[in-house]
Design a protein around this ligand. Structure first.
Ligand code: ZN
Length: 384
């Protein structure tokens, strides 16, 4: 019997192949249907790179190495700590591709992050066109730079001379065979993977397959990560402490993300806070108009935003403070807590900020996250 192999995702599992009018179709990538990019797209090669601040020495070194690896047709993996300026180091490689008329793309698992990145690219590659592509946002799929979610890569078969992927280890890309096939299928040339939470094992694996691993361990503005403060108490006491914190931040005119472990908790915390402090809102994965609310927050229409893990990565807000409510909840691993703490102090002109864990108790994840941050800050001190 002939095995049918899906031309989109490479699936050959007969259990996931259906038949319609005697023709086979793949059930694994049913949702990946739509307009595909044309391979003969001509890139504007005359564009400049506009960056309002210089790269640090470390960033410049890695940036140059990435271009070198790409010229040598090698794949790269950059292991960074959160806040070390991952985006800055790939700008050179993107610019190199553009000036040579090559097809370049940047993809991430999550839509919010793609939008945030697109906004940054618009100010950095002013002379070039950029397509922002995610589910429900697919009118323009072709431009000099493609900025998309990993789900949308099915539109770019054998297309990218260079494809950069961030948060490779984040849901839903991680361990998803269909998404992985679509990723590799879209690459004509080479790729660069970025991660702030890569495991030692995955880096070894990458090197074994001939890729080059680079380490970026420096916070881009050379300021240490804020060490989280832990405040404990019963639920009632925590709510009261949260309220007091919000009042303090309000007086200082500082904006704050309040992370909550579940959608239910997110809504209930918001309902409580909203009675006392009006200028706020909430977002989670099921909330309508999430992008609009985040934009309003960036435009300073709100002073606090109650959120679930949807804002854990990517979205950059200047001079932000962070509170993690119920930080000992099992959803928070030490890595997640570090990732969230890294939301703070991301802009050069406002590198400091506060991270507060509100928790009924101390647990291992809380202790580990604080120990790691202290360790990473100490490394930073030794560097300079
Ligand atoms: Zn398929």
């Amino acid at each position: 019997m002939n095995t049918y192999v899906c031309p989109v995702c490479g699936n050959a599992d007969t259990r996931a192949i259906g038949f319609l009018n005697n023709k086979p179709y793949c059930r694994k990538c049913l949702t990946f249907k739509g307009q595909e990019a044309k391979k003969d797209y001509q890139v504007n090669t005359k564009g400049d790179l506009y960056l309002s601040y210089p790269l640090t020495e470390d960033q410049s070194k890695i940036s140059a190495q990435l271009i070198e690896n790409f010229k040598n047709k090698e794949n790269s993996f950059v292991a960074a700590i959160c806040g070390s300026g991952k985006t800055e180091i790939i700008l050179g490689a993107i610019h190199y591709c553009l000036t040579n008329g090559l097809h370049v793309g940047f993809c991430v698992p999550r839509r919010d992050v793609a939008i945030d990145l697109y906004d940054r690219f618009k100010t950095i590659f002013k002379d070039n066109s950029i397509a922002l592509v995610y589910g429900g946002h697919t009118t323009l799929i072709q431009a000099d730079i493609i900025c998309c979610t990993t789900h949308q890569l099915f539109r770019y078969k054998d297309y990218f001379d260079l494809l950069i992927v961030d948060e490779v280890d984040a849901f839903p890309f991680h361990n998803n065979e269909t998404l992985n096939s679509i990723f590799y299928r879209s690459i004509k040339g080479n790729y660069i993977m970025l991660s702030a939470t890569a495991s030692e094992a995955s880096l070894k694996e990458f090197e074994k397959e001939g890729g080059k691993v680079l380490y970026l361990n420096e916070r881009f503005h050379r300021y240490p990560l804020p060490v989280p403060e832990v405040k404990t108490g019963n639920r009632f006491a925590l709510l009261f402490k949260l309220y007091r914190l919000i009042r303090i931040f309000e007086k200082q005119e500082k904006q704050v993300f309040i992370f909550t472990p579940t959608i239910k908790e997110c809504e209930s915390i918001y309902r409580f806070l909203h009675i006392l402090v009006k200028k706020g809102n909430y977002v989670h994965s099921k909330r309508d108009n999430r992008e609009g609310i985040i934009q309003d927050f960036k435009d300073k229409k709100y002073m606090y935003l109650v959120t679930t893990s949807v804002l854990e990565r990517g979205v950059t807000v200047k001079d932000l403070q962070v509170v993690i409510f119920n930080a000992s909840h099992s959803i928070y691993t030490s890595e997640t807590l570090i990732q969230i703490s890294g939301r703070v102090g991301r802009k050069m002109d406002a590198p400091e900020g506060k991270v507060v864990y509100l928790s009924e108790r101390y647990n291992e994840a809380i202790q580990e996250s604080i120990a790691s941050i202290n360790k990473s800050n100490k490394n930073l001190q030794n560097l300079f």
